[in-house]
Design a protein around this ligand. Structure first.
Ligand code: MLT
Ligand code: ZN
Length: 445
């Protein structure tokens, strides 16, 4: 009965729970938190359970607090361009509600049918529209959340210009369920762009993909999304989804670019591609969403193809470092882990690459993760671009944050959740004062 709450969909993260609780509203969430705090039981908030770093999986019997039933959309404001909704509303439903009002929701990701608004806020999810609208935090106007003593924190203003003290919604965005349980969100909606044009360009190098992207940005077109893929990734997706090749010619790298602009956006894109002819081996410009299938099929195809749960590392480097990072990564994996298949893809304009390592011997997961993260640090990057830290990356936080930075985070957490009951195994935590055992063996890291 509880199996789907204690395992993530990649199969990599498993745990145990004492109970799954499914409250229907904020008051019930508050009640659950009060009871758990009194009993010293850890609570793991869970939305669609689509995270990739083990952040919503209980480790040692903590209670799973599912927000799935907080699923009403209470308001869509077509003039103020906002949506107010429960934490359990899926991204796809928020997108549909926005469309009905002639607007769009600024976050989009392949897991849209399961990922929830509470989940994307808790993880500060990224996705394919960050290049245009920013991450989830950038969409967040207001929040309702239950803190660890059961009080309800409400910050709810339908406008951006509200400069009164700390911006607590921003603090909760990306806190991975450690500071509060998000119950309702107030988010921005956007005006849909004019004429959309989609293209796939086969390019010889990552450098040429970046140059082509730069040319598109300078042409007067607006880049709505820019996704990098490799020949190896495309082959995997084609096999899994039974698709024909996207281009006539096979190329080492592929750039999927969605742009918007005036009525002649197609001509502008064509002219830009012609002007950048020496960067491109082959290209197709299309209407419709067919080309997106190659990109969106990556995650499921990788999962289906790997003989062991894939090691999924989501990193960023400065754009100027991306090509040399990938070259070093490819070399190191080939020499130190010759049986491992490397497939990477991602939101190239943000310098964000999803490094997927297939067929990794589970005994070597930690070792290979460390090797990749050391390389990321050497290239001045970040060990988590958009998936968060969760359980999978906590051991390497020192590569991305200074001691002082981590201590400030611990102090904030301790001041809001002194008994450490909220998602106790995620992110660094100070030991609760006088506690020997709290929240299901919540060993502080
Ligand atoms: C994506 O961009 O498709 C997601 O972040 C999922 C993934 O990394 O597999
Ligand atoms: Zn992504």
């Amino acid at each position: 009965m509880t199996a789907r709450y204690v395992t993530d969909w990649t199969g990599r993260w498993n745990g145990t729970t004492t109970a799954v609780v499914r409250p229907a509203d904020t008051e019930q969430v508050s009640h659950v938190i009060r009871v758990c705090r009194r009993a010293g039981i850890g609570v793991v908030p869970q939305g669609g359970n689509t995270g990739l770093v083990g952040g919503s999986i209980p480790l040692h019997g903590e209670i799973v607090l599912s927000l799935a039933r907080l699923d009403s959309i209470t308001a869509v404001d077509p003039i103020g361009h906002t949506i107010a909704a429960g934490a359990g509303v899926t991204v796809a439903r928020a997108q549909a509600a926005a469309r009905e009002a002639g607007l769009i929701f600024g976050v989009d990701l392949a897991s849209r049918d399961s990922a929830t608004l509470g989940g994307i806020v808790a993880t500060n999810a990224g996705g394919v529209r960050v290049i245009k609208y920013g991450d989830t935090r950038a969409q967040l106007l207001g929040i309702e959340a239950v803190i660890s003593d059961g009080s309800v924190l409400t910050r709810w203003k339908t406008f951006t210009k509200d400069n009164v003290g700390y911006h607590l919604p921003s603090l909760l965005a990306g806190s991975e369920g450690t500071l509060a349980v998000v119950t309702r969100v107030l988010m921005k909606l956007r005006v849909p762009p004019p004429h959309i044009q989609l293209a796939m360009a086969g390019v010889p190098t990552i450098g040429s993909a970046l140059e082509l992207l730069d040319a598109l940005r300078r042409s007067g077109l607006t880049v709505e999304a820019a996704e990098l893929m490799t020949d190896a990734g495309i082959r995997l997706v084609r096999r899994h989804r039974n698709l024909r090749p996207p281009l006539v010619t096979d190329t080492p790298f592929l750039l999927l670019a969605e742009v918007s602009g005036p009525a002649d956006a197609e001509t502008m894109m064509l002219e830009t591609f012609e002007g950048a002819g020496d960067l491109i081996i082959d290209a197709t410009i299309e209407h419709g969403s067919r080309l997106w299938g190659y990109r969106e099929g990556h995650t499921e195809s990788i999962n289906a193809s790997s003989t062991t749960p894939p090691v999924k590392l989501d990193i960023t480097t400065p754009l100027a470092e991306l090509e040399s990072f990938v070259a070093d990564l490819t070399r190191v994996i080939a020499s130190e882990f010759p049986d491992v298949r490397l497939i990477f893809f991602g939101h190239v304009a943000d310098g964000n690459v999803h490094v997927n390592l297939l067929d990794v011997d589970p005994e070597r997961t930690r070792e290979i993760t460390g090797v990749v993260f050391e390389l990321v640090a050497a290239h001045d990057g970040s060990i988590s671009a958009e998936h968060g830290i969760g359980r999978s990356k906590a051991a390497w936080m020192h590569l991305a944050r200074s001691t002082v930075d981590v201590e400030v985070m611990k102090a904030i957490r301790h001041s809001i959740d002194p008994s450490l009951i909220l998602n106790p195994h995620i992110l660094p935590a100070a030991r609760p004062a006088g506690a020997s055992r709290v929240a299901g063996d919540a060993t502080p890291r």
